[in-house]
Structures are given as C-alpha cells and as structure tokens.
Design a protein around this ligand. Structure first.
Ligand SMILES: NC(=O)c1ccc[n+]([C@@H]2O[C@H](COP(=O)([O-])OP(=O)(O)OC[C@H]3O[C@@H](n4cnc5c(N)ncnc54)[C@H](O)[C@@H]3O)[C@@H](O)[C@H]2O)c1
Length: 94
C-alpha cells in the first residue's frame, strides 16, 4: 500500500470538516475507513444519527462530536461538507 503524503486543498488552512448524517453499517464499514485515509484533506467532525447511542458510539470512534438533530449538524460551524448516509425511506429527524 502506498503511503505518499496528501496536500491540503489549495488556499485552505487545513482539512475540510465533514459531517455524517446516518451512522449505520455503511458509514461505519465503508465511509469512515475511506475518510480516515484522506485525513489530510477531510476531517470527520460531527456524527448525526436519529439513534443517539449510534451517534455517540460512532463519534467516539473517530473523535467527533455527535447529535441527533439535523439542525445541529447543518448549523455546526466546524462542518463544511455533509454526507447523507441515511436510508432512502427514512425516519423523521428532530
Ligand atoms: N448496506 C449496503 O450494503 C448498502 C450498499 C450500498 C448503498 N447503501 C445505502 O447506504 C445508505 C446507508 O446504508 P446502511 O446499510 O448503513 O443503512 P441503515 O439503515 O442500516 O443505517 C442507516 C443509519 O441511519 C440512521 N437514520 C435513519 N434515518 C435517519 C435520519 N433521518 N437522519 C439521521 N440518521 C438516520 C439510522 O438510525 C441508522 O443508524 C442507504 O441509503 C443504503 O441504501 C447500502
């Protein structure tokens, strides 16, 4: 496996902040490991899930904050990008 360094985005003082909406199996097994390989340019900062236990435990794994509220996620000043990872027929958010 290559271990070459990654540059930060041009003009950016550091990595962009990523928020995750929906922290189910796909987020845990696919997206978070992929994002970890891009940590020089993308940093997971906020995990939001309607299931508070899932939000808290997944956030703890990546050192991010957590919530069950879409407003908290979208209003988080540390979040630049939101990845929508909830099911297509979804539970209502708070
Ligand atoms: N599982 C697969 O193999 C697979 C493959 C390709 C694509 N996908 C797609 O990826 C997405 C996620 O898959 P998954 O298997 O992790 O889904 P999942 O349903 O198992 O988990 C999704 C998570 O989203 C949370 N959630 C539900 N509604 C929400 C809402 N409104 N706001 C915030 N969180 C909410 C749930 O509590 C759960 O923790 C789905 O759209 C699925 O169709 C899944």
């Amino acid at each position: 496996m290559s271990s070459h360094s990654q540059a930060t985005p041009l003009g950016s003082p550091g990595p962009l902040g990523v928020g995750i909406l929906g922290a189910g199996p796909v987020t845990q097994a696919i997206h978070l490991p992929s994002l970890a390989r891009l940590r020089n340019i993308l940093e997971v900062r906020h995990i939001m899930d309607v299931d508070s236990a899932v939000a808290e435990s997944v956030a703890a794994r990546v050192g991010a904050k957590h919530s069950t509220s879409i407003d908290a996620l979208l209003g988080d000043p540390d979040v630049d990008i939101v990845a929508i990872c909830s099911p297509t027929s979804s539970t209502r958010t708070k």
